[in-house]
Design a binder for this molecule. Structure first.
Ligand code: ADP
Length: 251
């Protein structure tokens, strides 16, 4: 009996030790600078598709069949688009992106982006509704702003259920324009609402997840909006779903 009690004690001690290691790892990770963390994350992210392509290549070599070729090409495409996003992000981050500002009709831009993504929404029988208080235009880089809005819209489609409604609301407020895209998806834990705008942050943290995202989408959105002197935020709706708000100053 005393041996059993002793073993149980050891087990508890090991459990405590494990817990301390975890806390320590969290603390050490907390000590990394943003830049160090970013480099760590980039390495992880780029390695996954590369490792999978290598694996598929190895299989091709061993089996002598071409079965793995589409897989290899898919992984390389993913690597390519990740590098592309990374480049965009770092250029924006360094302020090296020359904004090409013109008068942008927001209503038209929103309509255009909705039409561009209609196929994906239709495939899930989702309805994209645009609500607007009237004609709205501002001075902005149309291509970049479109990219920011599209990233948010695509997430809304991706995370919303079959048959859901995606509501895009355009409002003019004193000195600014507020653009909100709300969905009926799972939302985000309240303590993570800020984190989703950080590069490579993913809620499910499985690095090789199959959602096809790079974790850079919203980081790019935040950079684009900040370069325009605006701000971004996220909030959960009381009835479920997420709202992403983009605020832009009226010049
Ligand atoms: P990804 O390209 O991986 O989707 P994002 O930067 O676009 O990366 O988003 C970061 C994370 O925020 C996603 O992994 C997802 O977990 C979460 N997220 C983004 N948009 C939504 C949304 N509309 N509903 C729920 N979760 C979302």
């Amino acid at each position: 009996n005393s041996r059993v009690t002793g073993l149980i004690k050891r087990k508890d001690e090991l459990g405590l030790l494990g817990h301390s290691f975890n806390t320590m790892a969290e603390r050490i990770s907390g000590l990394l600078t943003n830049q160090q963390r970013l480099i760590r994350d980039i390495s992880h992210e780029l390695r996954s598709p590369l490792a999978r392509a290598q694996l598929a290549l190895g299989l091709t070599e061993r089996t002598g069949t071409l079965q793995q070729i589409p897989r290899i090409s898919q992984e390389l495409e993913r690597l390519d688009s990740m590098l592309d996003e990374l480049l965009t992000y770092s250029k924006l981050d360094a302020g090296q992106y020359q904004l090409n500002k013109t008068a942008v009709n927001l209503n038209e831009l929103m309509q255009e982006l909705t039409e561009l993504n209609q196929v994906e929404a239709d495939a899930k029988q989702q309805q994209i509704n645009i609500l607007t208080s009237g004609p709205l235009s501002l001075i902005a880089d149309q291509r970049l702003l479109g990219r920011a809005i599209e990233n948010v819209l695509r997430n809304a489609i991706k995370y919303s259920p079959q048959g859901g409604e995606i509501r895009c609301q355009l409002q003019q407020q004193p000195g600014r324009v507020l653009l909100q895209i709300c969905d009926q998806g799972p939302g985000i834990a309240n303590d993570k609402l800020q984190a989703i705008f950080e590069p490579f942050y993913r809620v499910s943290d499985s690095r090789d997840n199959q959602s096809g995202g790079t974790g850079l989408g919203l980081a790019i959105v935040a950079q684009i909006i900040r370069q325009h002197g605006g701000s971004v935020s996220a909030a959960n709706r009381s009835e479920g779903g997420l709202c992403i708000s983009l605020q832009l100053p009226l010049n």
